[in-house]
Design a protein around this ligand. Structure first.
Ligand code: TYD
Length: 227
């Protein structure tokens, strides 16, 4: 699925964080950035949808307006294309660490599994947007090297989210929607077990962080190794 093992020439590390709303992934971004900076790596911290002026504008539309799932998918992939071309690809070619809060797995989980949109269409859009970028051959998709998947039962995530802030379009969905999104993530993880690291996000925050650090050490991306 990742289709890039050993075939990308860009020296950077592409690391993504995924999980349903309320799983707590974003709370580890500061520590992750600090960890890589302490290793002497340049870090580009970014998010999807977003990461460029255009993509942030598209994010506002996607999170605030109701639209049919194809329109939504086209907008998130349009945002992704701009983000890849302007930010992710140049950073990976420079050798930076790209720390990205969500990427294409979120589209398969939210638009695909959550909203029931056609996976085949999403896979086509993924090809159009991600093939041949950042040093890959024309037929190879740009994918994260490592995806930290913060896995949490939807009912617990809903409790954590309740009252935290004004919910956006997705956060205000019922728990059944997030059950489907969680199944979507599980399916993506099963299809690309090499890339995904499952983090048990039900544990206390410190223990969740321990899992993240342990996973990165196990993957050999800390301690001076290039990736
Ligand atoms: P999120 O990453 O949770 O940011 P914040 O912490 O600021 O709320 O919010 C992004 C939302 O966008 C989240 O509900 C998932 C959704 N999303 C999609 O539906 N499809 C996508 O392809 C991406 C990247 C995100």
């Amino acid at each position: 699925m990742s289709g890039n093992s050993g075939r990308d020439t860009a020296p950077g590390l592409f690391l993504t964080l995924e999980g349903i709303d309320g799983a707590g992934k974003s709370s580890h971004l500061d520590a992750l950035e600090a960890l890589f900076r302490a290793q002497g790596r340049a870090v580009v911290r970014t998010r999807e949808p977003g990461g460029t002026a255009l993509a942030e504008t598209l994010r506002g539309l996607v999170l605030e307006q109701s639209m049919d799932p194809l329109t939504e998918s086209l907008l998130v992939f349009a945002a992704r294309r701009d983000h890849i071309v302007q930010v992710i690809e140049p950073a990976l070619l420079r050798g930076d660490v790209v720390l990205c809060d969500r990427f294409t797995d979120a589209t398969f989980a939210y638009q695909g599994a959550g909203r029931g949109f056609d996976d085949g269409v999403l896979a086509t859009l993924e090809q159009w947007v991600q093939a041949g970028r950042a040093g890959r051959p024309a037929t190879v998709l740009l994918q994260p090297h490592i995806t930290l998947w913060f896995d949490l039962a939807p009912a617990i995530a809903a409790q954590r989210l309740a009252g935290a802030r004004v919910p956006d379009k997705f956060e205000s969905q019922p728990v059944e929607f997030f059950s489907r999104v969680a199944q979507g993530y599980a399916a993506r993880a099963a299809a690309d077990a090499q890339r995904f690291v499952r983090i048990d996000a039900s544990q206390a925050r410190d223990q969740v962080w321990q899992q993240v650090e342990t996973a990165l050490v196990a993957r050999g991306v800390l301690g001076g190794t290039p990736r």
